[in-house]
Write a protein that binds this ligand. Structure first.
Ligand code: ADP
Ligand code: MG
Length: 338
């Protein structure tokens, strides 16, 4: 390696256009201390102990202004959500957080924005035991981009993989479904203004609380898992694809968010089956694990609902109504390129 900042030459592209006081910014907002066994922000890499018997789990998610969050989004919530969506991926793998990294690209330097963003980010990082140990900061030509990478540990061989569902497994869902989707439709104007409904659903969209303790507790207990980011049907479809299975969901067993109770049935159905941004878990487990899973969920303080079962591949994905008849005209989930 050359001198510490020898790579900051002209003509090396956008990344090299440093904020005038980038280092100040990092020191001021993103240098809270890491655990004493870690080397955190300030060197070329962060260092942390590796744990014998554990596999390292890692994931990254991008949030782009105008695509994943509204321009003018409240920065404290954005800081929280940027980390939450990544922690959700660790939970879905059965992993326990170890550290995170933050890539931040900003069109302008606004201390009040940075302060609130950092507070939201660190509040969740502290609560989750996921110290911020590094990142990158650049000026953006247009719009805010936030990229978070998380690292975690999962006992070797116990991770909750999408390809691990087995025919006859129960299908479970944590938390409740549909609130984030309704909040999003209210905020985009797709649904008519309804301040009470927005107040009741908004936290689900802006302040998701991924079930970290439950995810870690399910490692070695459940078979397959994933987090519901793009809608239950689409996400469960990934498990079915990877595991070469089918599934039957029982619509009346799905945990509809309480705030949706007064909405027309068709709107509820679309939000519950197709609504994204949930950041709760869909997982499968042997029927023999039912009592154990309910006890684990209780001890983690997370609601779980048993919503269906894994079937043979040729049965596809069916959703049954209260009379046991398959619903048709199912909503599809979110796809960035559809
Ligand atoms: P490099 O020259 O290796 O890219 P930088 O000068 O960009 O390093 O960053 C200096 C230190 O600050 C590094 O330890 C880096 O990980 C950390 N860092 C930069 N941006 C952030 C951020 N947004 N959040 C946390 N740490 C950051
Ligand atoms: Mg850098």
């Amino acid at each position: 390696m050359g001198p510490r900042h020898g790579h900051r030459k002209a003509g090396r592209g956008l990344h090299e256009v440093a904020l005038t006081n980038e280092f100040d910014l990092i020191a001021r907002y993103f240098s809270r201390p890491a655990p004493t066994t870690y080397l955190g922000v300030g060197d070329d890499c962060a260092l942390m102990p590796s744990v014998p018997g554990m596999q390292l789990a890692t994931s990254t998610d991008l949030l782009i202004e105008g695509r994943h969050f509204f321009s003018g989004a409240e920065p404290r919530s954005l800081g929280h959500k940027a980390l939450a969506v990544n922690l959700s991926d660790l939970a879905a793998m059965g992993a326990t957080p170890a550290a995170c990294l933050l890539g931040l690209s900003l069109p302008e330097l606004r201390p009040d924005w940075l302060e609130a963003f950092a507070d939201g980010f660190y509040a969740l990082a502290d609560a989750a035991g996921c110290p911020l140990v590094g990142g990158d900061t650049t000026r953006s030509p247009a719009g805010i981009v936030v990229s978070v990478t998380v690292l975690g540990h999962v006992p070797a061989g116990k991770a909750l993989r999408r390809d691990a569902a087995r025919q006859g497994d129960d299908i479970w869902v944590s938390g409740s479904l549909g609130a984030a989707d309704i909040a999003l439709r209210l905020l985009t104007g797709e649904l008519p203004p309804d301040p009470a409904l927005l107040a009741a659903t908004r936290a689900a969209l802006e302040h998701p609380e991924p079930p970290l303790a439950l995810g870690a507790a399910l490692a070695g207990v459940a078979h397959a898992a994933l987090d519901i980011s793009d809608g239950l049907l689409q996400d469960l479809g990934h498990i079915l694809q990877a595991s070469a299975c089918g599934a039957q969901l029982e619509y009346p067993a799905l945990p509809v968010a309480a705030a949706l109770a007064a909405l027309p049935a068709a709107q509820q159905l679309r939000a519950v089956l197709g609504g994204g941004d949930v950041y709760q878990l869909c997982f499968t487990a042997a029927a023999a694990r039912r009592e154990q899973i309910l006890a684990l969920a209780r001890s983690c303080g997370t609601r779980v609902s048993r919503v269906g079962r894994i079937t043979a591949r040729q049965d596809g994905l069916q959703v049954l109504d209260a009379a046991g008849r398959p619903l048709d005209a199912l909503p599809s989930g979110f796809d960035h390129f559809s």
